[in-house]
Write a protein that binds this ligand. Structure first.
Ligand SMILES: Nc1ncnc2c1ncn2[C@@H]1O[C@H](COP(=O)(O)OP(=O)(O)OP(=O)(O)O)[C@@H](O)[C@H]1O
Ligand SMILES: [Mg+2]
Length: 327
C-alpha cells in the first residue's frame, strides 16, 4: 500500500474548568511511503497534540473525541491499549524535542537500545546489540562500541538527540513523527540530522512527519506541508505549491514574516494582532480577526477544499500576484 498514514477529521479536546479546548479540530491529511510532511504553525496551534494523538499518547484531561487514524488502512483508534503499545516503538515512533523524553538517565545506552529491540523482535542479546551498534552508526555517532557502554549524561545534547533518533530507527518503523527535535541544536548538527533523516526516508520508505516552526527547514526537507492555525489545518499541499504560491492569508503571513526572507535593513513584517486563545476563538474562520481579506462570510467556518492543487480552508484565496507582492 502506498499510503502509510491517513488522518481523517481528527478532533482532540481538553475539557478543563475554564472551558473546552479544541486543541486538534477536524484535522485531515495523509503521508505516503517514503514521503516527508512538514507540520507547521505557531506555538499552541496543535502540532504536538496531533502527533500525540497519532501515537495514542493523549493523557487526561485530553481526549480524542472524533476521527480516524489509519496506519496502512488499520484504524489505530479501535485498538486496545495493549495492541497500541506493540505498535508504538515498532511500527510508529516519535522523536521529541527533549531527547530525555526517550532516554532513561540511569541506564547504559546499550541496555536501553537492546531492550527497545527485544520488546518487539524475538532476537538474541548479541543480535540486538549488533542492531543497536548499526543504528548508532546510521545517525553518525563515532566510536559506537564505546558509546554503547556510556550513560546519557556522558553525551552532548546533539549526540543525545542522535541516540534518541537511533532508538526510533531500531525497529524500522513505517512512520516516524519528529517533534522539533533539532531546534535546540546548532545549525551544523541540525543540518546533518536533517540530511540523515531525509536519506533514511528515501532509502527505507519510512514516512516522516516533521513538526517545526521553521519554514526554511520544511522548504529544504519536506515533500508536502500542512499549515495549522488554532487547531485546524488551513492549507496543505506540496512544499512548492504552498510555500511558493500560498493561497491562505495566514500561510502568506507566516512566509512573509520569516526573518530569512527579509531584505537586509528593512523592518521585519509581522502578522497583525495576537494568536487568539483556544478558549476564546472567533467564530467561523479563527484567523478572520487578523486577516486583511475577511468579510462577513468568514463568520461561517470554511471547509477544507481543493483549490489549485492544494487543500485550503479559506473563502478568499489569495491570487498569485498578491502572494508574490512581498517576495
Ligand atoms: N494538558 C492540557 N490542558 C489543557 N490544554 C492543553 C493541554 N495540553 C495542551 N493543551 C492545549 O492544546 C493546544 C495545542 O498544544 P500543542 O502542544 O499541540 O501546540 P504546539 O503547536 O505543539 O505548540 P508549540 O509550538 O509551542 O510546541 C495548546 O493551545 C494548549 O492550550
Ligand atoms: Mg509542540
Amino acid at each position: 500500500m502506498d499510503t502509510t498514514l491517513t488522518v481523517n477529521n481528527l478532533q482532540t479536546q481538553f475539557a478543563i474548568r475554564a472551558g473546552l479546548v479544541k486543541a486538534v479540530d477536524d484535522v485531515s491529511f495523509s503521508v505516503k511511503r517514503g514521503e516527508i510532511m512538514g507540520l507547521v504553525g505557531e506555538s499552541g496551534s496543535g502540532k504536538s497534540m496531533t502527533g500525540y494523538s497519532i501515537m495514542g499518547l493523549v493523557d487526561a484531561p485530553g481526549k480524542i473525541v472524533a476521527g480516524e487514524i489509519l496506519l496502512q488502512g488499520q484504524d489505530l483508534r479501535s485498538l486496545p491499549p495493549e495492541a497500541m503499545r506493540k505498535i508504538r516503538g515498532n511500527r510508529i515512533a516519535m522523536i521529541f524535542q527533549d531527547p530525555m523524553m526517550t532516554l532513561n538517565p540511569v541506564l547504559r545506552i546499550d541496555t536501553q537500545m537492546m531492550e527497545a529491540v527485544r520488546a518487539h523482535q524475538d532476537v538474541s542479546r548479541m543480535v540486538a546489540r549488533e542492531m543497536s551498534r548499526e543504528a548508532l552508526v546510521r545517525v553518525g555517532i563515532p566510536a559506537p562500541d564505546e558509546r554503547l557502554q556510556a550513560y546519557p549524561h556522558q553525551f552532548s545534547g546533539g549526540m543525545r538527540q542522535r541516540v534518541a533518533i537511533a532508538i526510533a530507527l531500531l525497529n524500522q518503523p513505517d512512520l516516524i513523527i519528529c517533534d522539533e527535535p533539532t531546534t535546540a541544536l546548532d545549525v551544523t548538527i541540525q543540518g546533518q540530522i536533517l540530511y540523515e533523516m531525509q536519506k533514511l526516508c528515501r532509502e527505507s520508505g519510512t514516512a516522516l512527519i516533521w513538526i517545526t516552526h521553521d519554514l526554511s527547514v520544511v522548504a529544504g526537507l519536506a515533500d508536502t506541508v500542512s499549515v495549522m492555525y488554532a487547531g485546524r489545518i488551513v492549507e496543505s499541499g506540496t512544499v512548492q505549491q504552498v510555500l511558493e504560491h500560498p493561497r491562505h492569508p495566514y500561510t502568506h503571513g507566516l512566509i512573509a514574516s520569516a526573518p530569512s526572507r527579509n531584505p537586509r535593513g528593512q523592518p521585519l513584517q509581522q502578522i497583525p494582532g495576537m494568536t487568539p486563545s483556544l478558549l476564546n476563538l472567533p467564530e467561523g474562520c479563527a484567523f478572520r480577526t487578523r486577516c486583511a481579506h475577511a468579510t462577513v462570510e468568514c463568520r461561517q467556518t470554511p471547509q477544507l477544499r481543493e483549490v489549485e492543487q492544494r487543500m485550503l480552508r479559506c473563502y478568499h484565496p489569495l491570487r498569485d500576484s498578491l502572494a508574490e507582492a512581498v517576495s
